[in-house]
Design a protein. Sequence first.
Length: 471
Amino acid sequence: MKQQDIAVIGLAVMGRSLALNMADHGFAVAAYNRSYAVSEQMAKNHPHPHIHIYKELKDCVAALKKPRKVMLMVKAGKAVDMVIEQLVDLLEEGDIILDGGNSFFEDTIRREQALRKNGLHYFGVGVSGGEEGARFGPSIMPGGNKQAYDKIRPILETIAAKASDGKPCCTYIGENGAGHYVKMVHNGIEYADMQLISEAYLQLKYIGGYTNTEIAKIFKEWNAGELESFLIRITADIFLASDDRSSQDLLDVIADSAAQKGTGRWTSIEALKQGVDVSMITASCNARVMSNLLAQRHQAQILYPDRKPLQRKNDAFVETVRQALYAGKILAYAQGFALLAHASSQYDWQLALGEIAAIFRAGCIIQARFLNDIQQAFTKENPASHLLFDPFFAKQLQTHQQALRDMVAMSITQGLAIPAMANAVSYLDMFRSSHSGANLIQAQRDYFGAHTFERCDMSGSFHHEWRRDHE
């Protein structure tokens, strides 16, 4: 048997799909799972001439070409460390471990530093696109040693999704934890994007009075324009699904609560640590938290009943919702890329924001037409320091912000929960504010804690004896 190009460790849905993707592109894959029964099931259900399963990890590793490349597709956390511990004794200097799970970027930094001492290269590889993406072409975000990237580039860039211009949705991101950090922020943007879409749905259904079938038609029309994206497309399909256990639309029998795996929450926490506002992402995480309080929400609804909704079923209303959603999406992506820019400086990753936008154009969950515009904004000769300063996006937001304000005001008046859109307006207004009230907060802090304050007319820190003024 010839030597294998790469090993995939962990053959659950994502690992199996990536292994098959690699095999389809002619790479010889050594496959291993802690439970051999899982490996056998994969071989039975998905036989492939380029995939060879192994019962023992040592045999799997021994079958690899040098430098050996091992991709971990196991659950993030302790399981990753346990597999690494087993691999260290089986690998040699120059070999490469790739972690394709949703590991926390600080864990990736720690592992990369530890394995570097053993002469091993460790890559944190963000993989987005779910099962279908992994199987037929995901967006891939590898972070690790730049020179070692050339050893894995042929595999990763070959199996990645291809954008409309034919370029692979995979590029070297940066050192150590950069790839997993970018994947974390991708997922944070994804949370905000999904929440915005759900709020537009609520507005169309409960203020506009549209049926699910009518909303499906609206979303299909939106997907033909500037809102074109993976999430808009699949959402249109969702509205048309019928329940096979009742006569209702499937959406209407799905419980009104949503889970989260933690990457959006990580984005929010890291943004707070770094001092970057990603309030739309935070609001979207909180919306999922609140959605799970089903019993309390039912109790609260009795105390604070819904208002009778307005019926604004007309083309002008639909267009206002569309523009509001587009403005909200611009602001959500602007927050995410602002966090990436800050992290790039803080961790010395030198992130190429334009290239990151480019690899989001296909394969991943947040793929959208306007990522081409984001790519162009960040690859100009003198790119703006923030997406909202880019002339294209400034014009779009100037044109669409009134619709966002109108829908937020209308929704709040009607008692409709729209936390992402509401935070979008607040973010924009804080971003453009000439007076934010922070001067009063400085004064309050100095009054009760002698924390000092800065002045507009001279440099330095100052303290005032506030109580003396009232004695």
